[in-house]
Structures are given as structure tokens and as C-alpha cells.
Ligand binder design. Structure first.
Ligand code: SF4
Length: 335
């Protein structure tokens, strides 16, 4: 598409081999453009202005591997059920898995509950502000730790998710598919160089939202507020395209789908149920039953379900009745 070159584009194309440096003036222009865009177009999520580290933690965990449109309802459901660290810490596994119903990747719910317990046991009932201490909590990686520090205390921590990698890798490094092309150490260095310490609470969500709305996998460069600064823009303008990061893994009939079906059946069945009832109710043929039993065992080993003899259930296995209590043939727990 060289015939459509705009004035100044030849110069930008020449830069494509060696992206322009992040001079102080360029950093200022980029910051101003993104912050202005965010003020007019950013998402108005409740945890962003709350200065509540727990609310930020829940939002970060909810957003892992989840489309943004599904994060807010999940966050609201969790916060209504467990509005504080104490409430989350007191919940049993079955409770948190019920609240997480349908959101996928349920290990996240157990990790949130376990993090709440660790905070009560080791941090006097609060989330630690220290990055190393945050990273030592279950299910907390660099992105989640940065979100907690940013929205919880307005600490200058760059939160780098896949959207941010895409925006910065294109804008600064000139890569089309930064998740594959830009070394993560360079993305981190760029994110730190661009971060405006006094505006971190607007800056981090600005980049996240920009990657979700404008610098999409197929970017909307014609609507971009940093197009004049972007090292990848000339390549897209020439008609180059970004290869998909990876083909979407098949979900239909996958183990992930079957695990979800097992958890749903256990959720919908109050108390214990017979393993044979569970397995026969889900299997489409007797030949599928061994696979379902193996998947149930996997869920048990991860703490999402329990199995004892012929019985199984959601979350933790209920405690046996106290000694001396009348022994019903099938106790309330079914064990
Ligand atoms: S010009 Fe295109 S590729 Fe560059 S940041 Fe904007 S939307 Fe992304």
C-alpha cells in the first residue's frame, strides 16, 4: 500500500527497522494522548477508584483469562458474597465454587480464598503492600500484584496484561504481534519508562482499555490517538498483518468442558451424590465412564471436589458426624 503513503510516512517507514527512541518529549506526548483518551473513553469500573486492595485483587483474579465484559458481573457476585478478606477466608471451597459458577478456570476461586486465609494468618488481616510479599500469595503473579498496588494504594507499578503487551510492543518496538515478537524484558522496561508515577491510577487502565478497544489484534489505526508516534503503524499501513497468537484450543468435548460439566452437576446437587449417579448421568455411553471417573479424581486432587468410597461432592469432604451421634445409613453428608 505504498501508494497511500501519507506525508511523513516515508520517514516512519525508515524507522521501522530501528524504532524511534523514547525521548522525554515523545514520552510526554504518548502519556498525554493516552490519558486524554482514557478520560473520554475508559471503562468506569468500581474497583479503579475505590483504593481498596481487596477489591482490586478480586478484579485482577476475575480478569485472568476472562473477557472484560464478563469481569464486572463476576466481580460483583464475588464481592456481594465475600465483601471482605475475612468473609472470603471463612468460606469453604463449595461456597466459593458456587459463587464462581460458570466463570471458568475455577482454580482462581480457590486461590482467592487461600490468599484471603494467608492474609489473615500472616499479614494481620490485610493484603501486604510489599511486592515480594504479594507475589508469594497463591495465584498472585506480576500482573495481579501490580493491579493491587496500583488501585489499592496508587503505587507506581506497571500492570502488564496481554492488551498492554500488544499496545507497547507495537507503539514502541514496531512489532505487529508483540506477544510473539517482543521480549518480555523489553516490554517491562518500556512499561516502566512510560509510567507516569503521579497518574498510575489512570495510566494502567488506559493502556488496558486501549488494547481492548483500539489497538486490537486487528488494530483500528485510523482511530488511534498515538498513530503519529507508533513504530508499527507504517507496517500496518503497508498492508502487513499480525498473525494470530495461537489457534483457539478446541473447547467442545475437551477435558476442560467435561470438568466443567462435572463441577456443575456437583454444584446443582446439594450434599453428596453417588459417583455412579454422577458418571452415568453425564456419560453419553458406557465407554466414557472411565474418563469421567479419572476427571473426577483430578478435580479431587485439586481440592475442587471430594470422593470417598461410592460418594462424591463439591469442595471439601464434610466432617464425619461426632462420635456417639446416631449413624444414619446415609448421613446428611452422604459419607
Ligand atoms: S497506530 Fe495502530 S498499531 Fe499503533 S498503537 Fe495505534 S492502533 Fe496500535
Amino acid at each position: 500500500m505504498r501508494g497511500s503513503e501519507l506525508p511523513g510516512e516515508r520517514e516512519q517507514i525508515a524507522h521501522a527497522e530501528a524504532p524511534p527512541a523514547l525521548t522525554p518529549a515523545r514520552v510526554r506526548r504518548i502519556r498525554t494522548a493516552f490519558l486524554g483518551w482514557y478520560d473520554a473513553n475508559g471503562n468506569d469500573f468500581p474497583w479503579r477508584d475505590a483504593r481498596d486492595p481487596y477489591a482490586a485483587l478480586v478484579a485482577a483474579v476475575c480478569s485472568q483469562q476472562t473477557q472484560m465484559s464478563r469481569v464486572l458481573p463476576l466481580w460483583e457476585r464475588w464481592m456481594a458474597a465475600f465483601p471482605t478478606l475475612e468473609a472470603a477466608a471463612e468460606a469453604d471451597r463449595a461456597e466459593v465454587l458456587r459463587v464462581w459458577a460458570g466463570a471458568g478456570y475455577p482454580r482462581r476461586a480457590l486461590a482467592l480464598r487461600d490468599t484471603a486465609r494467608r492474609c489473615l494468618e500472616e499479614h494481620r488481616g490485610t493484603l501486604p503492600r510489599d511486592p515480594e510479599a504479594l507475589l508469594a500469595l497463591p495465584g498472585v503473579g506480576p500482573f495481579t500484584a501490580a493491579v493491587v498496588r496500583c488501585f489499592g494504594w496508587a503505587d507506581p507499578a506497571p500492570a502488564i496484561d496481554t492488551n498492554v503487551v500488544r499496545v507497547l510492543g507495537r507503539l514502541v518496538h514496531g512489532d505487529l504481534q508483540p506477544a510473539k515478537e517482543t521480549p518480555s524484558s523489553e516490554v517491562v522496561a518500556t512499561a516502566e519508562a512510560l509510567l507516569p508515577p503521579a497518574d498510575v491510577v489512570r495510566w494502567n487502565p488506559a493502556l488496558m482499555d486501549y488494547g481492548a478497544k483500539v489497538c486490537l489484534p486487528r488494530p483500528r489505526c485510523e482511530a488511534c490517538v498515538v498513530a503519529d508516534e507508533c513504530a508499527a503503524r507504517p507496517r500496518f499501513a503497508r498492508g502487513e498483518t499480525a498473525d494470530p497468537v495461537r489457534a483457539q484450543a478446541r473447547f467442545e468435548d475437551s477435558n476442560r468442558q467435561w470438568r466443567g460439566r462435572i463441577l456443575r452437576a456437583l454444584r446443582e446437587h446439594e450434599g453428596a451424590m453417588r459417583v455412579s449417579t454422577l458418571v452415568r448421568g453425564l456419560a453419553r455411553s458406557p465407554g466414557e465412564e472411565p474418563k469421567l471417573r479419572a476427571l473426577l479424581d483430578g478435580l479431587c486432587s485439586e481440592g475442587m471436589a471430594w470422593r470417598h468410597g461410592a460418594w462424591c461432592g463439591l469442595g471439601d469432604r464434610p466432617a464425619p458426624p461426632p462420635r456417639g451421634a446416631s449413624r444414619a445409613r446415609r448421613p446428611a453428608s452422604g459419607v
